[in-house]
Design a protein around this ligand. Structure first.
Ligand SMILES: CC(C)(COP(=O)(O)OP(=O)(O)OC[C@H]1O[C@@H](n2cnc3c(N)ncnc32)[C@H](O)[C@@H]1OP(=O)(O)O)[C@@H](O)C(=O)NCCC(=O)NCCS
Length: 193
């Protein structure tokens, strides 16, 4: 059975360079700093923030989801600076199928340093070990290969390309679907932390 309690608590997750923790309203400045960047927003389903008010609205939405125990995101804090540099979390969780989808984004000045691979590895481990998930999915626009690289580095398998799966920023886009199963995770010995 899926462990619903773990959805409620969303505990802090630690990796060597990151702390994944619940967001608070105090994070608005950090969130705005990178979410205003159209390059960060290009392949995600939200628009670049136009003012810090947009970041506050996002945080209010996330805090509401924590309170109502709906799938939500952790803030990704860089341990060396204490700065929130991105978010990662579950987009949906299906209790009946013990399945969930992960989504993430990161400040542009932090790209290509292995941060999201580190964060996704921690969330996958949490999903299998504490939530009792059986399958974790992630998807990325085919024009966003860096995200596919993160999924592969976390041993997710590409299961196919979903044509015109999403309508994003004014057009239909193709999406690659990846997943990892609990049995893959155990067989490959991916438990790290
Ligand atoms: C996608 C994203 C999360 C990657 O995070 P990251 O911390 O830079 O990822 P990592 O450093 O762990 O790994 C990135 C990998 O992509 C590779 N990469 C980067 N740009 C690439 C490109 N244009 N084509 C192919 N691979 C690319 C890097 O070389 C690296 O792989 P390597 O370690 O084998 O060299 C980050 O770029 C981001 O937040 N982008 C904006 C939001 C977004 O797209 N979110 C995902 C929506 S599905």
């Amino acid at each position: 059975m899926l462990n619903a309690e773990t959805l409620i608590y969303m505990p802090e997750l630690k990796t060597p360079r990151l702390r994944l923790r619940r967001l608070t309203m105090r994070d608005a400045g950090d969130i705005y700093r990178y979410s205003r960047d159209p390059e960060v927003a290009r392949h995600v389903l939200w628009d670049a923030h136009r003012s810090i008010g947009d970041s506050r609205a996002y945080l209010r939405y996330m805090l509401h989801r924590y309170r109502t125990h709906e799938p939500a995101s952790w803030g990704i804090e860089e341990l060396s600076t204490g700065r929130i540099i991105g978010t990662i979390g579950f987009m949906w969780i299906q209790q009946d199928n013990a399945a969930a989808e992960v989504g993430y984004s990161l400040a542009r000045d932090c790209w290509n340093r292995g941060f999201m691979t580190e964060a996704l590895g921690a969330v996958i481990q949490y999903g299998f070990d504490f939530m009792n998930l059986n399958r974790i999915e992630a998807q990325h626009e085919t024009t966003n290969p860096a995200s596919g690289a993160v999924m592969r580095k976390c041993h997710m398998c590409k299961e196919g390309t979903l044509r015109s799966r999403l309508f994003n920023k004014g057009k239909y886009v193709d999406v690659d679907l990846y997943a990892i199963l609990r049995r893959d995770f155990n067989r490959l010995g991916l438990r790290k932390w």
